[in-house]
Design a protein around this ligand. Sequence first.
Ligand SMILES: NC(=O)c1ccc[n+]([C@@H]2O[C@H](COP(=O)([O-])OP(=O)(O)OC[C@H]3O[C@@H](n4cnc5c(N)ncnc54)[C@H](OP(=O)(O)O)[C@@H]3O)[C@@H](O)[C@H]2O)c1
Ligand SMILES: [Zn+2]
Ligand SMILES: [Zn+2]
Length: 368
Amino acid sequence: MTSPAKEFHGWVAHDSTSPLTYTTFTPKPFTPTDVEIRITHCGICGTDVHTLRSGWAPTDYPCVAGHEIIGHVERIGSSVSTLPSSPASRSIKVGDRVGIGAQSMSCLKADCEACADGQESYCARMTGTYNSRYADKSKSYGGFAERWRGPAHFVVKIPESLPSAQAAPLLCGGVTVYAPLKKYGAGPGKTVGIVGIGGLGHMGVLFAKALGADSVVAISRSSSKKKDAVEGLGADGFIATGEDKGWAKKYSRTLDVIICTVSGPDMPLAGYLRLLKRDGVFVQVGAPEDALPPLMAFSLIQKGVKITGSSIGSPEDLRTMLKLAEEKKVLPWIQERKMRDVNQALVDMHEGKARYRYVLKNGEQAKL
Ligand SMILES: NC(=O)c1ccc[n+]([C@@H]2O[C@H](COP(=O)([O-])OP(=O)(O)OC[C@H]3O[C@@H](n4cnc5c(N)ncnc54)[C@H](OP(=O)(O)O)[C@@H]3O)[C@@H](O)[C@H]2O)c1
Ligand SMILES: [Zn+2]
Ligand SMILES: [Zn+2]
């Protein structure tokens, strides 16, 4: 086999405003615990938009975004088949169809509370799939590219029955809603609200239904997505917070768990909390670029509700989510775009046009 390439081709951001350019970048050095894949598909997540425009903090350009990556394994490090940290990754073979989500590494140390508990996404030394650094200080680069290279621990096999284009969004958006739904008991006997019917939100409705929740309510700003949510995704109820007068009072104390995927700060947070039953849980997963709205203490005091957040999911969460998706046929609604049209797709994503996830597809002509 040829030696590992020093450069990959991909769509590189050089600053917060210019379009991405197709050029070369330098991936991490290939190590014995790494896998290298040829990318076929990559979803566009709201996080890509925040990061490319330096919305949360200055991004470490050059940056290759994209962390809902599907591709075929082309190269495997010599230690992957005996990887101590992940028995599940040991069976990865050249030619396998695999996926990588928003995390590419963590410390994996036995004395790390998060890693030792299989909660890698809460490790203080987590490496994001892009705009981040590995322990050797090399930069991480994501999936708007022809190839991806990184640690096998964070690579998962894709079940055969899931088409690649639909499986891609599960790898970040899907697991981000699945993990807290599971953790906070969304299932039989529970009523669940999903706020923001975008990429994450529409998968939230699908997963809450797949987990067997008694009732799932889609909560959106307007009624424009009502038909999709109720007739298509299977939501049992729909609230349009910008249109339904008195919605917070009308539906107060009806939900056990709320997953909020809203990506902007201008949300009616106190109203959402009114929807919770006593001891209900509100989980914020959307990550606005500004602070959340202020709250009166009574929003928390009156019913003992809890407000929490959740960060993506572990590799084990990814595997159990993919299994559920396969069993219950959880298929995100996607619109395929060509990888070379990534700039226009990002503009459309920013304008809220995706229904409900854009997935970039590499052309057959991609250099092998
Ligand atoms: N916690 C994590 O680990 C994690 C993982 C992945 C993504 N995220 C974050 O989750 C958020 C959502 O990502 P996504 O990919 O689902 O994005 P998306 O497809 O753009 O969906 C966001 C949804 O939020 C709602 N929204 C409400 N107020 C908004 C506003 N002011 N501006 C824009 N949208 C608004 C919209 O739903 P309606 O039209 O129904 O109101 C929109 O569809 C992003 O902030 C992203 O960074 C977090
Ligand atoms: Zn993401
Ligand atoms: Zn750790």
